[in-house]
Design a protein around this ligand. Sequence first.
Ligand code: ADP
Length: 583
Amino acid sequence: MKRKGVIVMTATILVVCISYILYGFFVPTPSKMSYNDFLDASGRGKISKVYLNDDESFITLEDNNGKKFITDNPRTEAFKEYLLKHDIEVKETRGQFQIRNFAILIGGSIIVFMLLSIISKNGSKQLQKNNRISSMQITPVNSMHIRFDDVAGNEEAKESMRDLVDFIKNPEKYSKYGARLPRGVIFYGPPGTGKTLMAKAVAGEAGVPFYSVSGSDFVQVYVGVGASRVRELFKKAREKGKCVIFIDEIDALGKKRDGGMDGSGNDERDQTLNALLAEMSGFNDSQGIVVIAATNRLDILDEALLRPGRFDRHIEIGLPDVKGRLQILKLHSQDKPMGKDVDLHELAHQTVYFSGAKLESMMNEAAIMAAKRDSGCIEQEDIQRAFYTVVAGAEKKDRSAISSMDKKITAFHEAGHALITKLMVPKNRVSKVTIIPSTKGAAGFSMNIPPDSMYFNKTDMENNIRICLAGRAAEEVIFGKDRITTGASNDLEKATQVVINMVRRFGMNERCGLLNYDILYKNGMGAQDMNMIAECKAYMDIIYKEVMGKLIQNKDALYNIANALLKKETLDEHELDEIMNIA
Ligand code: ADP
């Protein structure tokens, strides 16, 4: 038997012995009655039951109240007859007590043994797991092939990173002049904008190994594991000498410490963060190690992380503008056979708010479509389909299940969105309207492209609500109040979000004023929210009425668009303009 088995067995014997002793200690033994008192009591009919056992010196008896006593065992044959004559129930228990005690002892031992075995097995599994999670597999990419040329746009970020590359290559050059270059850089910006790509390019340009980890890898259930992983990572990196350490999603471990407002605090995260800060302060300026972290939001990070000597260079990597998008599109079409009819400039204009990752995925999707068709090159048609796949999910192949009534409702709903955009928000482009359901759940959609801009003004936000409400309004205008459908649920969600933001956060409602209601709420002034719902509803009602009015005025156009949709299923911008007689 292995050592573990011996331990379990010893523990079992100990547990059983102790339980047995405790059992004897706590379970009350019946009090003693003299034999004469017994004879007297049985003569007076006060004894109801006697347990006979020839092997024991005592017998157990029970009085009429169910109370148990013991008395001397006369061990005579006549005794049983005496008992029966006095109407006393006789129970012969020869050997039964011993057998029962023995059975309890054996049964108990087996149960305890099994329980201890299971516990010890789980314990050792847990131990193995702890060992496994405490040592994370960190293997660097030693020669990164990505260069700054592989990152399109983001010129300022690239410029700033060039200094860093020089520092990694020649740290002595800077330390000779007493210059301290950042040990830590934070890239912040929306997902998919190329933060990881840029970090890789820094390592590639500097020609040093690239370690990549995610903040969430460090945050574990077990306190101390994250901190030991951080130390392990830096130990390995130091052994390599110069390198770039990339920590994605740094917010997972570097969120502001709020002192546990929920009363909990987070020991594991604090310890991990402290370990990271200690390691970063620990390395030598001339070592040439740079830590690059990425996050979607800089404002939620703990200040301790952002202090000098830690992550003190903050670089925004935002969504690309038209120029950036064109560069990214060019980059990702470089190695693909592109058809002559593909206009990347036009595509860059169409893809407002697309991140680099989305653009890359769109080009990839187009390539897959062209490959499926085996058309020799990627044509405009593939790009357009890929565009809508990325925006709205893949078009559903099986359209047969949609009933004609559903189609009609969808057609008017989408026509409403398109018409109101054209009439009331002409600066937005409606590049496509369709009644073909997408896999993302929408029955159809109207593709709306707002112009590139940094800020939204009040009218822009109201226009957003107008466009959202137009689908429902069209249903009401055509089918009547009682036949409106659930199709507008997504639109209403979006519109509600916009109106709430206007009223609560952006000070765009006169009656609610310039207050930020989220902050009021945080400061215990939640009661103010009472009129907020009424305010939002009133705002929405006004806009809805306005949209309804516009649709009623232009009912013919609404019918024309909806009928064209029923016929063709999908209309592009040009076809829509034709229907509306817009030159
Ligand atoms: P993030 O780290 O910001 O979430 P990634 O660096 O992981 O984004 O980007 C994912 C992919 O998107 C990249 O591998 C690349 O193909 C593409 N990409 C994103 N931004 C750019 C860009 N500026 N230039 C070229 N490709 C980009």
